[in-house]
Design a binder for this molecule. Structure first.
Ligand code: GLN
Length: 193
């Protein structure tokens, strides 16, 4: 059984929980979902999911509860993380916004709500490195990745911009793989690493 911590201070928590359970089932595995709202739970988790939502709120609570160092320790130990949309914003090295105290888990910087500015949300079929067929990516007020560090692998682009990245054990997406029935991305991060 994979112990999967879902950061649950705010955002689309249940969707991530469902996606990791589906991905586990596809591998004849089970996932035990632990909703993280307090300190002390992260150290027992094998993997972490950082959902989309409102990054200013998520960031504030992470620091208030004291989860920042626990999450950073998890990553330093090489344990997998999937951070989506607001989760990626919080995981980045900078978000150009004083209200988001980023955790520096992925060497990218982001500009909030800046991707596909003309449309608040859209769906696109993305080629993702490691997946055979295009992935249906849902973008909702998505962050624009405006700097990618040298050691960061770009897993997918849209409109010539990086929209999925890997930095060691951490995969970040500016879209929402948890909002479709397709759990191949969770699969890729947690079961095929
Ligand atoms: N716009 C949000 C933020 O900056 C992120 C959007 C999302 O997670 N769908 O927090």
């Amino acid at each position: 059984t994979l112990r999967a911590g879902v950061l649950a201070v705010q955002g689309d928590v249940s969707e991530h929980a469902a996606a990791i359970e589906r991905a586990a089932a596809a591998h004849d595995e089970t996932a035990e979902v632990v909703e993280i709202r307090e300190a002390g739970l992260v150290p027992d988790c094998d993997v972490l999911l950082m959902p989309g939502g409102e990054s200013t709120t998520i960031s504030r609570h992470i620091h208030r509860i004291g989860l920042d160092e626990e999450i950073q320790t998890h990553v330093a130990a090489g344990k997998p993380v999937l951070a989506t949309c607001a989760g990626l914003i919080v995981a980045a090295s900078d978000a150009h916004d004083d209200r988001v105290d980023t955790l520096n888990l992925v060497d990218v910087t982001v500009e909030r709500n800046a991707f596909g500015r003309q449309k608040d949300s859209f769906e696109a079929a993305l080629d993702v490195s490691g997946l055979d067929e295009p992935f249906p990516a849902v973008f909702i007020r998505a962050p624009l990745i405006d700097y990618v560090g040298d050691d960061v692998e770009v897993l997918a682009t849209w409109d010539d911009q990086a929209v999925a990245v890997r930095d060691g054990p951490v995969v970040g997406t500016s879209f929402h793989p948890e909002l479709t029935a397709d759990s191949r991305l969770h699969d890729l991060v947690f079961f095929e690493a």
